[in-house]
Write a protein that binds this ligand. Structure first.
Ligand code: NAD
Length: 237
């Protein structure tokens, strides 16, 4: 393992599983019992915004009570102690990276503690309930707030910054993501073509493994602190 100049980490629902937040596709998943097409598509929101708001309002307390685990904490340590930039891109709508002390996390699927105004496009903090009557604190219009969560049918957030990070990284690390949802599943390919070393951390082999140099199997709460320790030990080489 060498010293790197730009490290990019992509995280998915698997990194938060040991914090008690079930992954998307597991049988006890957060979205279980709620068909995706009813709560996570832009068409569903257009047709029945009250139902979608209720769903996310109910989900918020569960997500907010979760605490960062050893993997989130190790990544925050890496950002602080590694002598080169370490960028975190997450597909998670929880804020466990921030709770662990990470800064400037790119939430490409949005954040559950925010809402966005469909009238003016501005984002507001929304840890409490949001509904079809909520007014935008910026433009004052009521009834146009949407959870700041990227639904199927919408564009991902921060993609210009993500693309530029991927094209100049020399280490790309994917943690706890099934690699079936594009475009995030294609990030490894961009990083590989840019010349990066590529590592995948997951419980099991994924179908998206062609562009990864190394696969490390196991729980992120165990594998990531060990990996971070190795990176920090080798940082001066
Ligand atoms: P996913 O549920 O499709 O896949 C999770 C992956 O993590 C699986 O491959 C699984 O094998 C792996 N995994 C599970 N436990 C693990 C552990 N302890 N250590 C390492 N790996 C582990 O999740 P995804 O690929 O991120 O896509 C689902 C989308 O659903 C996300 O992009 C996100 O928007 C949303 N989601 C978010 C949260 C959250 O914010 N915490 C939770 C569930 C779903």
């Amino acid at each position: 393992m060498q010293k790197y100049h730009n490290i990019v980490i992509l995280t998915g629902a698997g990194i938060s599983a040991e914090s008690g937040l079930a992954t998307f596709r597991s049988s006890d998943g957060l979205w279980n019992n709620h068909p995706v097409e009813k709560v996570a598509t832009i068409e569903a929101f257009e047709q029945n915004p009250a139902y979608v708001h209720d769903f996310y309002n109910e989900l918020k307390p569960l997500v907010f009570q979760a605490r960062p685990n050893a993997a989130h904490l190790a990544l925050a340590r890496l950002q602080k102690e590694y002598p080169a930039p370490v960028s975190i891109i997450t597909q998670n709508v929880d804020t466990l990276h921030e709770k662990a002390g990470s800064e400037h996390v790119l939430h490409i699927h949005g954040q559950i503690d925010q809402a966005v105004c469909l009238n003016c496009g501005r984002v507001m903090q929304a840890s409490g309930d949001v509904d079809t009557e909520t007014s935008c604190p910026h433009c004052g219009i009521a009834g146009m707030m949407k959870p700041n969560i990227v639904f199927f049918g919408e564009n991902l957030l921060c993609m210009d910054e993500v693309d530029s990070l991927l094209r100049r990284c020399d280490l790309f690390v994917s943690i706890g993501t099934s690699g079936v949802v594009f475009p995030a599943a294609g990030f490894v390919q961009t990083a590989k073509y840019a010349g990066a070393e590529t590592y995948e951390f997951n419980l099991e082999p994924t179908s998206n493994n062609f562009y990864f140099d190394r696969h490390i199997m196991g729980k992120a709460g165990t594998t990531i602190p060990a990996f971070v320790e190795k990176l920090l030990t080798n940082r001066e080489n």
